[in-house]
Design a protein around this ligand. Structure first.
Ligand SMILES: [Zn+2]
Length: 75
């Protein structure tokens, strides 16, 4: 949304660069932040839903998986 600094007229069309009333250069109005991003505490209970299985399956992949992991870290 843009706003005219002269007549305070707001335009929802961001493609507009000049006020249609007085020709003043429109300025980008302060966009309201998404309400979902404000102080939304992360639920700590989600961590408890993670399966606490031991990484025994990773061992079955053999040295190839280890090699790839090591190579990726070196880069
Ligand atoms: Zn204006």
């Amino acid at each position: 949304m843009k706003i005219c600094p002269r007549c305070q007229k707001t335009y929802s069309d961001d493609n507009l660069n000049f006020c249609l009333e007085d020709g003043s250069v429109l300025t980008q109005a302060a966009a309201e932040p998404p309400p979902t991003m404000i102080n939304q505490a992360m639920p700590t209970q989600q961590q408890q839903t993670m399966p606490s299985q031991p990484s025994s399956t990773a061992v079955e992949h053999g040295p190839a998986a280890v090699f790839d992991a090591a190579a990726g870290q070196e880069i």
